[in-house]
Write a protein that binds this ligand. Structure first.
Ligand code: MN
Length: 130
């Protein structure tokens, strides 16, 4: 399969490069953003099949970006996966459950990334009924 488009939102250039390389090898089309405003713009323009969202972003954090994406009908159906190294507090955990289809812990292990992405893409397709 593959050739789906994945938007990776990640402010750490090394982590971004690692995920981009791994998923490009898996034949996905990759778009990248390093902050929230960039992510919102790209999601709207390109309508990716999946968004991998770093939670710890400068300025607007990843959960706030996810909320905005869910509130906009143009991007509300795009599945979002939170990527985080931190233990979320209760409010953050509730936001994640509401707005994201799942999460991937950091540091990202290549095996779990490559294993989980197809499952998250499938879940997103089912939700959109197609
Ligand atoms: Mn970060």
């Amino acid at each position: 399969m593959a050739h789906e488009t994945i938007l990776i939102v990640e402010d750490d250039p090394k982590a971004l490069e690692l995920m981009t390389d791994l998923l490009t090898q898996e034949k996905y089309r990759i778009l990248t953003a390093q902050d929230g405003p960039q992510a919102l713009k790209l999601a709207k323009e390109a309508h990716p099949d999946l968004i991998l969202m770093d939670v710890q972003l400068p300025g607007l954090n990843g959960l706030a970006v996810a909320r905005q994406l869910k509130e906009d009908p143009a991007t509300a159906l795009i599945p979002i996966v939170a990527v985080t190294a931190m233990t979320l507090d209760r409010t953050e955990a509730e936001a994640m459950v509401r707005d994201c289809v799942g999460y991937i812990p950091k540091p990202v292990s290549p095996r779990s990334l490559i294993g989980l992405v197809p499952a998250f893409l499938q879940a997103g397709k089912r939700r959109q009924g197609g």
